[in-house]
Design a binder for this molecule. Structure first.
Ligand code: P6P
Length: 341
């Protein structure tokens, strides 16, 4: 039979649609020796849920899905309707995907046991962070961490499956619902970003191998907290101003983190008089973004200790967070240390 090699002339196309998230996950699956497709399935589950949540966010202003839900979550924060909807969407997708045995969510007081005797993975997530910005059309995000359970598969979930330090994460990522919707994740082999093409319903690789600038000139902190924060951090903020750095604070962690990751910068939510442990949660905000940060060549600490080395002691525990360009994080830590000696 006469054949010829596949060497098409693509010039007629003018452009290539690029690598879809699905194809990328499959291409990189071999990076993950013991995943055998399980971890890939969880990433697909998260991507699917994010597409649905993206659609609901985009329609919030036109439907009755905006606004407050009328409850407060375990954090004592007023739940937005989209908080609840996003929590349901991600939990359902992970349940149906069949690879997860337990979920820790900002929106659920307790660990959700999926009663899945074959599930090898635990997912910790903030289904929708920054939800107070929904009604004013400011970028918001989903944050997630993925761990392997440490007790035998099929046995009852134990605290040690949940209370794992961030350095045990097998994957982490975030979805940024912004001017475009992006999914950024790592499995410990670098950081890659995908942009959602609404018309095709696909995420396409748009930011391969994200590397954070070692230094930067953007600082993100709520300066309204100045009366409650340490002299050391006040001194650091002053030093940023003296060097004409730019203050950029959206009030949405994922958006501030993503900008600083790409352009160089630092996000700080410090210990305050009202919140000595800080505001952000270790398991499903700080750990997830710290894994991404370090994989992109940046840093994340609580002001003294590497975030990923903190041993969790409670499900929704909070931590101060200094995250971004390594030089800036080290400078901020230096100012903090000076003020305490
Ligand atoms: P504040 C949103 O509630 C959030 O968790 C982060 O996304 C954001 O960076 C921070 O809190 C904003 O907190 O106290 O500055 O309003």
């Amino acid at each position: 039979m006469k054949t010829k090699p596949y060497q098409p002339d693509h010039s007629a196309l003018g452009y290539s649609v690029g690598v879809t998230l699905d194809r990328f996950i499959k291409m990189k699956q071999d990076d993950f020796p013991f995943a055998s497709g399980e971890l890939s399935q969880i990433l697909r589950d998260i991507a699917l849920a994010s597409k649905i949540v993206n659609r609901e966010i985009n329609r919030a202003g036109l439907s009755n899905i905006g606004g407050a839900f009328g409850n407060t979550n375990v954090q004592g924060e007023e739940q937005q309707k989209l908080d609840v909807v996003a929590n349901i969407r991600f939990s359902r997708a992970l349940t149906k995907g069949g690879e997860v045995c337990a979920i820790v969510s900002e929106e659920d007081d307790e660990v959700i046991d999926l009663q899945n005797s074959s599930g090898k993975y635990v997912v910790a997530m903030d289904p929708l962070d920054g939800s107070s910005n929904i009604d004013v059309n400011i970028s918001i995000g989903t944050i997630f961490s993925i761990y392997r359970r440490v007790t035998p598969v099929g046995s009852p979930i134990q605290p040690e499956d949940i209370m794992q330090p961030g350095n045990k994460q097998v994957a982490a990522g975030y979805v940024l619902y912004g001017s475009s919707t992006m999914l950024v994740y790592t499995t410990g082999k670098g950081v890659n970003g995908f942009t959602y093409e609404q018309s095709l319903g696909e995420f396409f690789l748009s930011h391969p191998n994200i590397c954070a600038p070692k230094d930067g000139k953007i600082y993100s902190i709520n300066e309204g907290l100045n009366s409650q924060i340490s002299e050391g951090i006040k001194n650091y903020i002053t030093s940023c101003k003296e060097r004409d750095f730019s203050a950029r604070y959206i009030g949405s962690l994922v958006a501030d983190f993503h900008r600083n990751l790409l352009k160089g910068g630092i996000y700080i939510y410090p210990s305050t008089a009202k919140a000595p442990e800080g505001k952000l949660r270790l398991l499903y905000e700080a750990n997830s973004l710290a894994f991404i940060a370090e994989q992109a060549g940046a840093s994340a600490s609580d002001g003294r200790n590497r975030i990923l080395d903190i041993q969790p002691t409670s499900l929704h525990q909070r931590t101060p967070l200094y995250i971004g360009s390594t030089v800036m994080v080290e400078e901020a830590e230096g100012h903090l240390k000076e003020a305490t000696v």
